[in-house]
Design a protein around this ligand. Structure first.
Ligand code: BES
Ligand code: ZN
Length: 446
């Protein structure tokens, strides 16, 4: 069997674990997936350990440390998102399927494919040279998709174990196939959920409609108060700590292929929406938002049912930029929602998980090494972008371990992460292996 085929087979085995972190029915699958990694690292000669947490385990693997070289922490997450809506999948979600040049499977891009490439890159370098140009520590968690609740405490308690000079992460986007992309910023996040309680029970909407506040209607009205007509968020103090976009960033992004057009093409919408005065890329990468991720209440079944539901709810999340404080934003949002609670209803606001935004200097010594590795691997100078998605632990890695993270993403715009038919571009699987080899080499001599 060719080496490439063997690498692909191993990747497929890894993908078959339905390691859905949010669903307790999959707890054992998440655990078995961690065991698979332990075994893989062991076979490469790395010292691997599984650390139990109150949730899912953390996997650590280390190369034999050599005093004369820098240490690189490689972070990734082996947990995946749920598969619903299941009817949207063209192939079984946990049976990796190669169609043309893409591997379809939940987790293929987010994040198994992206960090498995790093693992295989290290394996290949060890096979070729018997040693690595740097010391490597893999840190792979099983809870990223649920907000990494146990990882920051683990970092706090294991500073020595995890001591490194720089962190490398492939869990972000790549602008287009073959276009090397370095992400130097991520948005943060703050989540909450609120419920409006109205009458003491469901009511006949003919008998009582018109005289009693309908919680489903009131949730819509409340949600509609989050923005003004120009897309600005109306929560008091929401923008207080926002660092405005720098001119050099706006200029740099303006030179990328038309982001408004690509945003429309990627999403299939007929018009863009959002805060005026910003391009789509600026809105997505560097401006804060208030989003509704779910809204519900009342009858959802077939046909009609004339009811005023006793309660209705919405799940909100806010994407944040430097220097917004996630806890403060959640507090301001809670106060705003409570202050706007319609008469005749009672509101319950439950604050969820959060994480701050992250930004680093792409021209630092390590940043330059990462850019050189990207150029070597993909053959052109990397584009420098920020991303709209969040990896909350990246700021914690900075604050607790005192190191920056190099975000070298391999996720293409049509990779469908978090959605049915998630896929990973085969070229990026092999490209990721080469990227890891080039990166460790550059960092070794930086
Ligand atoms: N890999 C993504 C984050 C991402 C996606 C960054 C695309 C840049 C581009 C990550 O797995 C993710 O989905 N994060 C969640 C975090 C949340 C659950 C705390 C997110 O952004 O919604
Ligand atoms: Zn994700």
């Amino acid at each position: 069997m060719s080496q490439k085929q063997q690498q692909l087979d191993e990747f497929f085995d890894f993908l078959r674990f339905p390691s859905i972190s949010t669903d307790s029915a999959h707890k054992d699958d998440v655990d078995r997936c961690a065991d698979y990694l332990i075994e893989k690292f062991g076979s490469m000669g790395l010292e691997a350990s599984k650390y139990a947490t109150p949730g899912h385990p953390i996997v650590i693997a280390k190369s034999a440390p050599k005093a004369d070289r820098p240490t690189v922490l490689i972070y990734g997450h082996y947990d995946v998102q749920p598969i619903d809506p299941i009817e949207g999948w063209a192939t079984p979600p946990f049976e990796p399927t190669l169609i043309d040049d893409k591997i379809f499977c939940r987790g293929a891009t987010d994040n198994k494919g992206q960090h498995f490439s790093h693992i295989l890159g290290v394996e290949e370098t060890l096979k070729q040279h018997g040693e690595l140009p740097v010391n490597v520590i893999f840190l792979l968690e099983g809870e990223e998709e649920i907000g990494s609740p146990n990882l920051a405490p683990f970092l706090e308690q294991n500073r020595d174990l995890l001591a490194a000079d720089i962190c490398a992460v492939s869990d972000t986007g790549m602008l287009a196939p073959g276009v090397p992309t370095m992400t130097y910023g991520l948005r943060g996040i703050s989540c909450l959920e609120f419920t409006l309680h109205g009458p003491k029970g469901d009511l006949h909407s003919g008998v009582y409609g018109g005289a009693v506040a309908n919680p489903a209607l009131m949730v819509s009205r409340l949600v509609a108060k989050l923005h003004d007509e120009t897309g600005r968020v109306l929560i008091p103090h929401f923008y207080d700590d926002v660092i405005p976009l720098a001119d050099w960033e706006r200029e740099m992004w303006a030179s990328l292929p038309d982001g408004d057009a690509s945003t429309m093409a990627e999403t299939g919408v007929s018009a863009l929406w959002g805060e005026q005065g910003y391009t789509a890329l600026e809105q997505r990468w560097a401006r804060p938002t208030a989003e509704v991720n779910g809204i519900g209440g009342g009858y959802q079944g077939e046909g009609s049912k004339t009811v005023i539901p006793r309660s209705a709810m919405a799940k909100l999340s806010f994407r944040l930029v430097p220097d917004q404080d996630p806890a403060a934003i959640a507090r301001h949002a809670k106060e705003f929602l409570e202050s706007q609670c319609p008469e005749g209803c009672r509101i319950d606001v439950e604050i969820g998980h959060d994480g701050p935004a992250y930004v680093m200097d792409p021209h630092s010594q390590h940043g330059k090494a990462a850019q050189a590795a990207l150029e070597k691997t993909f053959g052109s100078a990397p584009r420098l972008i920020r991303e709209g998605g969040s990896i909350p632990i990246i700021q914690a890695i900075h604050d607790i371990l005192g190191i920056d993270s190099l975000l070298l993403g391999l996720a293409l715009p049509d990779c469908q992460i978090h959605a049915p038919n998630e896929n990973f571009y085969l070229e990026n699987f092999y490209g990721g292996i080469r990227l890891n080899q080039a990166l460790l080499e550059e960092l070794g001599s930086a």
